[in-house]
Design a protein around this ligand. Structure first.
Ligand code: GTP
Ligand code: MG
Length: 325
């Protein structure tokens, strides 16, 4: 088992795509082997520029990502893509769509595309996505693009993952204004009005600008608003320029380090949270103890805070807490 993973890691470090794909599958199933692999490769990560592309369903994210890949390839950049399928069981088609849309890069060794579904991931999609990004990083990708639906609401919190967040919106989406009000503005480094060929793009621009002026941003970066027509590729070159300008800004201002610490802190929290919760659901004895405490809380024999303390103690030091509590 150990040597198996080690072999895969060795191959990955040499740029083997097959090994990368196998490690990603392990990561998706949250196998302990994947975690063993991450421990071995972590020191080689941190080279890629991670870009999040997020926005409402159907706003043209995949179409735009396809054009972005093309643009980065012109610059001889090696590109990795992670397309995350929303948790709905009805999106099997969307997943297939992503694969077909980006199919033209199937024979380009400088491009690696991975679609990820959230079904059966035991709530661990966020975790698995981080690992897949790390694997792409070690595989030698200069640019890693993560496509995810929504922002803030989805399980994969793009801000915990990406250095540069591209927030997509489209003209004439009434609901979208709600999202803007709900504080989504804070997370965008670059705003894109896609489908600018449709009516209402100018109005959306004015709305976005007003929303941006209202918010008090802490950062020294002034987020640009761009218009694109992803289906024809119009505006994509300008978007790449903006993405690279943001990266330069992060490096020159030193914000890249602050952001890294913020993201590492969020990642560590996620891992600890999942490890605890997994134990409660996967390990029989812990599960029984959990249910035992639930009964006690419902019978008002103990309060939920005490129960939580006992639970944490039990998970950290199993020998110290017995069935008596
Ligand atoms: N008119 C117009 N249509 C576009 C544009 N960009 C994308 N589309 C179309 O919008 C539809 C949805 O595009 P996708 O790229 O699949 O959108 P998505 O945001 O990735 O969708 P999900 O991943 O399912 O949330 C497709 O039919 C695209 O051809 C654009 O700039 N203008
Ligand atoms: Mg898509």
């Amino acid at each position: 088992m150990g040597t198996d993973t080690r072999t895969l890691v060795q191959q990955l470090l040499k740029g083997n795509r097959r090994a990368a794909a196998r490690l990603m599958t392990l990561a998706e199933t949250m196998s302990p082997k994947a975690h063993a692999a991450i421990k071995q490769i972590y020191e080689y990560t941190g080279k890629a520029h991670i870009i999040g592309v997020t926005g409402p369903p159907g706003s043209g994210k995949s179409t735009l990502v396809d054009k972005l890949i093309n643009e980065f390839r012109k610059q001889k950049k090696r590109v990795g893509v992670v397309a995350i399928d929303p948790s709905s069981p009805f999106t099997g088609g969307a997943l297939l769509g992503d694969r077909i849309r980006m199919n033209r890069f199937a024979t380009d060794l400088g491009v690696f595309i991975r679609s990820m579904g959230s079904r059966g991931s035991l709530g661990g999609l966020a975790w698995a996505t981080h690992d897949v990004v790390r694997i792409l990083d070690v595989l030698g990708k200069d640019i890693i693009i993560v496509e995810t639906v929504g922002a803030g609401q989805s399980e994969v919190d793009i801000i915990k993952l990406a250095e540069t967040v591209v927030l997509l919106t489209v003209p004439g989406l009434g609901d979208d204004i709600q999202t803007i009000k709900a504080g989504i503005m804070e997370i965008g480094d670059i705003f894109v009005i896609n489908k600018a060929d449709l009516d209402g793009a100018d109005r959306r621009y004015v709305e976005l600008q007003a929303a941006l002026n209202l918010g008090e941003r802490q950062q020294s970066w002034d987020p640009p608003i761009l218009k694109t027509i992803a289906s024809s590729g119009e505006g994509v070159e300008e978007l790449v320029t903006a993405i690279q300008a943001h990266h330069t800004h992060l490096m020159e201002s030193g914000e890249i380090q602050q952001n890294l610490e913020r993201r590492c802190s969020a990642q560590l929290e996620t891992i600890v949270e999942h490890s605890f919760i997994r134990k409660l659901f996967v390990q029989t004895e812990e599960r029984e103890y959990f249910l035992h405490l639930v009964r006690k809380v419902s019978a008002r024999e103990i309060d939920p805070y005490t129960a939580a303390e006992l639970l944490i103690l039990r998970l950290v030091q199993p020998s110290k807490v017995g069935e008596s509590s």
